[in-house]
Ligand binder design. Structure first.
Ligand code: FAD
Ligand code: SF4
Length: 512
């Protein structure tokens, strides 16, 4: 055996660089399902099932492409239980001359594989992951010498460089950003008839995986009774088409809206397919731009969507790979509370959180604004240790892989990187949630009250957060207005907030 080509669960692309020069007569592919990937964080059942189902379908695609494959299943006798252990065992058995792979997404996995190669005395050829528009080296060049990194400038550079939504060197429509046209709530009339989610009935392979996960990880969070995620390239392409036709036209307008009982709305639900590499971001961006050029979709929607993929997704990957491993330890707000246990069960009486958590556990999905402004916001203002918040986000979502999850959680949501990613902590009272959704109407709390028995915990914790960090935040000009408001509070007001916040932290308020 000449090369063993390592393929990880989030590298399911037949055209990945790891396959360049693949010779079926001398090379073979290596894949393994190992329990460690579901237990290093308490991986939810939907998340584990998406990975395993997609891996097993990809194994078939490899066979159809005539590429010899050594594949270890989770239930195989002698499964070593970890990527490193299984790889070491298979190297000893197969005796390859060298190892080869597309650059992995996780820092932890890269270290593990390097260590295995070194101890086996084998060369390890790690190739650039050309799935992404921007290489880590290019991102590092962009970041060099900048004290803070702002997504907006990075994104504009990428639009120009890749000629996306550009006309004669200028942005289409004469502006880079259409946020002002986007981000409406549904209003009292509600969302009306929403397009159905693109769903995929589990086939025999996926049903086997579901049964396996339910048996093997029975005590892990989340449920599998409505599993409908795309797990093959064909299904991922159908999902993309479905989004472009039915949801992209209103994507921008309702990007930040929430509606009880419906997490899907006008979002794409493509993150898992993208992160597993079943979809290429170039084809996603091209399909969105083509729909606009054909006159099917408003520019503001398409720009808002492309910004997420060509902007945010590439930018967080750059942050991750240029800042790891120290990035994972960030705790700029010095937060040390435990994550409330009900994050894993949904047992809370706060209507907005209960809904976001129920969807998360049922599907392994919540949309961006639920992640940022409901579950993330609450943890930030409660003062939860960022590493616990990170472990939760990495565990529960079907699209969770560390390179994208960690900067979003630690940086964007928890401000634990001290402002590298965002210019200020995203903090808000319950009134923000009231503006973007009708949740508060059905809630026992009142977003307008900051103290007392009916006070919305978000509102209480907002004032508590400002009080706790008053001095540090006063140095941030973007927080000036908020800091000024907190300075106006009387001693009695402060005391009332402190009492209520204490009750929330002790778990006397908010549990279901
Ligand atoms: P859409 O709203 O339809 O957006 C389109 C696509 O843009 C997404 O599929 C995704 O690929 C990309 N995208 C959108 N926002 C971001 C972003 N902030 N960063 C990177 N890519 C983005 N996304 C993940 O893919 N994996 C994660 O583990 C993850 N963890 C998150 C944790 C927190 C605390 C927050 C605030 C956000 C997180 N996100 C994560 C980003 C975002 O919330 C999800 O990508 C999005 O909700 C996925 O749903 P969708 O495919 O319907 O996205
Ligand atoms: Fe959420 Fe507060 Fe509104 Fe209740 S009142 S739904 S806790 S924001």
């Amino acid at each position: 055996l000449r090369h063993l080509v390592i393929v990880l669960g989030d590298q399911l692309d037949l055209h990945a660089s790891g396959f360049d020069g693949f010779d079926a007569t001398t090379d073979a592919v290596w894949m393994a399902e190992v329990a460690e990937e579901s237990t290093h964080v308490w991986s939810s059942q939907p998340r584990t099932a998406v990975f395993l189902a997609a891996m097993r379908h990809f194994a078939l695609a490899l066979q159809a492409a005539g590429r010899p494959l050594h594949y270890t299943r989770l239930e195989d006798a002698g499964n070593a239980g970890s990527l490193a252990g299984q790889l070491a065992a298979d190297i000893a058995r197969l005796r390859p001359v060298g190892l080869l792979m597309t650059a992995p997404g996780d820092w932890r996995v890269l270290q593990a594989i390097k260590a295995v190669a070194a101890s086996a005395g084998l060369p390890l050829d790690i190739r650039e992951d050309r799935h992404f528009f921007v290489t880590v080296r290019e991102f590092a060049a962009h970041a060099k010498g900048r004290k803070s990194l702002r997504m907006e400038y990075f994104y504009r550079e990428q639009r120009q460089r890749h000629g996306v939504l550009m006309q004669d060197g200028q942005p289409e429509g004469g502006q880079w950003n259409f946020d002002a046209d986007n981000r409406e709530a549904f209003g009292s009339a509600g969302p009306g008839l929403l397009p159905p989610r693109a769903s995929f009935e589990p086939d025999a392979i996926t049903r086997d995986v579901i049964a396996l996960v339910q048996a093997r990880f029975a005590d892990h969070p989340g449920r599998l009774d409505s599993f409908a995620w795309p797990v093959t390239r064909e299904q991922a392409l159908q999902s993309l088409q479905d989004f472009i036709t039915h949801r992209l036209p209103l994507f921008g307008r309702y990007q930040d809206a929430m509606w009880p009982g419906d997490p899907w709305l006008y979002h794409s639900h493509l993150s898992a397919a993208l992160n597993l590499k079943l979809l290429n971001p170039r084809e996603v961006v091209a399909a969105a731009e083509a729909a606009w050029r054909a006159g099917h979709v408003p520019l503001a929607s398409v720009e808002g969507f492309i910004r997420q993929i060509l902007g945010w997704r590439e930018y967080v990957r750059g942050i991750y790979w240029t800042r790891m491993p120290a990035y994972a330890d960030g705790n700029a707000m010095d937060a040390h509370e435990d994550l409330p246990a009900w994050y894993w069960t949904g047992a809370t009486d706060m209507a907005c959180l209960r809904d976001a958590l129920a969807q998360t556990l049922a599907h392994g999905y919540a949309n961006h604004i639920q992640r940022l402004m409901v579950t993330g916001l609450f943890a930030l203002m409660l003062g939860v240790e960022p590493q616990q918040v990170h472990a939760w986000y990495l565990a529960v979502y079907v699209d969770a892989v560390e390179w994208v999850e960690l900067p979003n959680t630690l940086g964007m949501s928890q401000y634990a990187d001290g402002g590298l990613m965002g210019s200020k902590p995203y903090v808000a009272t319950g009134k923000y949630i009231q503006r973007m959704s009708p949740h508060c109407q059905g809630c026992r709390y009142d977003p307008a009250q900051r103290a007392g028995d009916r006070a919305c915990p978000f509102t209480t914790l907002y004032w508590d957060f400002l009080m706790r960090h008053e001095q540090a935040l006063a140095r941030n000009p973007r927080m000036a207005l908020q800091v000024k408001n907190v300075a106006r509070l009387s001693d009695a007001d402060r005391q009332a907030v402190l009492e209520r916040a204490g009750a929330i932290r002790r778990g006397e308020v908010g549990h279901g």
